[in-house]
Design a protein around this ligand. Sequence first.
Ligand SMILES: Nc1nc2c(c(=O)[nH]1)N[C@H]1C(S)=C(S)[C@@H](COP(=O)(O)O)O[C@H]1N2
Ligand SMILES: [Mo]
Length: 502
Amino acid sequence: MLAVGAALGAGHLVAALISPASSPFLAVGDVVIRFSPQFLTEFAKTTFGTADKPVLLGGMAVVIAVVAVAAGLASVRRPAPGIGVIGGLGLLGLLAVVTGPAFTWVDLAAPAAALVVGVDAFRGLHALATRAYVPAAGGDGNQAVSRRILLLGSSAAVAVVSLAAGGVGQLLSGGVGDSRRTVTDRLARARLVERAPAIPPRAAFPELGTPTFLTANPDFYRIDVALRVPAQRAEDWSMRIHGMVDNEIVLTFDDLLARPLVERTITLTCVSNPVGGPLISTANFIGVDLRDLLLEAGVRPGADQLYSTSVDGWYTGTPTEVVLEPGRGALLAIGMNGEALPPEHGFPVRMLVPGLYGYVSGTKWLTDLELTTFSADSGYWLERGWAQKAPIKTQCRIDTPRGFATAARGRVTVAGTAWSQPTGVSRVEVRMDGGAWQDAELATEVNADTWRMWRASFDLPPGSHTVQARATDKNGVGQTEMRAEPIPDGASGWPATIFTVA
Ligand SMILES: Nc1nc2c(c(=O)[nH]1)N[C@H]1C(S)=C(S)[C@@H](COP(=O)(O)O)O[C@H]1N2
Ligand SMILES: [Mo]
């Protein structure tokens, strides 16, 4: 276990110094994520939510520890089995790094260091251990004791140095703090050509249990397949708009800041959100208009897909015609609720297209935009069974009462959220115990790209009750009753909550 720990610590440290993406432990985790069957991915997302990554890494650590202990037990007499297992784990790490989506040759250094350090540490500790426990013929007792002390001391040293190496590696690879502070300062001084209007006081009913209208950055839902949040500094960022365009464009972060900056209030929604689920949040995003940029690049006829790639090698495709719709408001976003994008939400630059689920439009840590065709390239989730085009479905959620809650006798208030980006919500209806639908009171609308809160009150007799809700968009199209799972293009069905009146 010590030797394997030394290997992982060394690999993590060398990766941090040379190329953070090449840490062998995290690379193996990436492989597990990329090749997980669909049911496992969905199970992890719905069971662990944002904690899915620590759970995965913890599980991997347990498996590796068990393998290491077994290798140690098999090596009581000869070191060969242990060397074989550590060498095998090392090769696994190498393979994981080499097959990573953004592999370059320097990425070999970290897994190679892990392999060498792991095998060496094992041989050294094994030699010490066998000498310490098999008293040499003719040796005296004191010699055996001092060898044991030497073994314990070396083991402790290996453990401490490995942990320190891993820890230092972790600290070194996460540092975009300064860069973020600079961007936040520059955004505070920037003159925006379009400011998001102030949120009216009656736009949400947090006192009743709905979310606040704007989601604070730390509370904003997070979904991605990145085990390590990419740490790219704004100063180092640049992006190419290329492919089927008349004028290729290369942009630096300063170029973005020099363009007209706009601020828009947008509700982001994840296709994996089950009916009633939490994967939806709202923020004021600052950025540059993506349509304007594409017009400057000159999109060639037939380029029906805008293919975006992130620094960690994730990729997706967005319908070009949607991004080019005049009123759509697609953004290259650099700010979120008055500060630079948080690292977890795509610092320094991400894409946002109101009205499309995040997996076909919300590329975080954006690094490349290519105009291409849907027949030429497929997105990450398209390759895993999800739909190619994914407009957000009209949906609503009952936030209060909570499921199986007990409400006090008297008037019971039901409240929640509804959304239908980019069309907007015109009506929400609620019914109790299968009775007649009744109009809920809608909160003040902020814009059609955001959620809209609602509430309704009922006089109810004591006992168990079931409340249902359904929304209608501004075209008069009602939310479908038909239940569907999130895969392939988003969950549908009316939400229902069972609760008790005391
Ligand atoms: N680089 C990258 N961008 C990504 C993803 C990802 O896995 N990697 N996931 C997408 C999905 S599925 C969603 S729903 C949104 C979520 O954005 P958020 O985490 O800021 O809420 O990001 C999108 N952008
Ligand atoms: Mo998503």
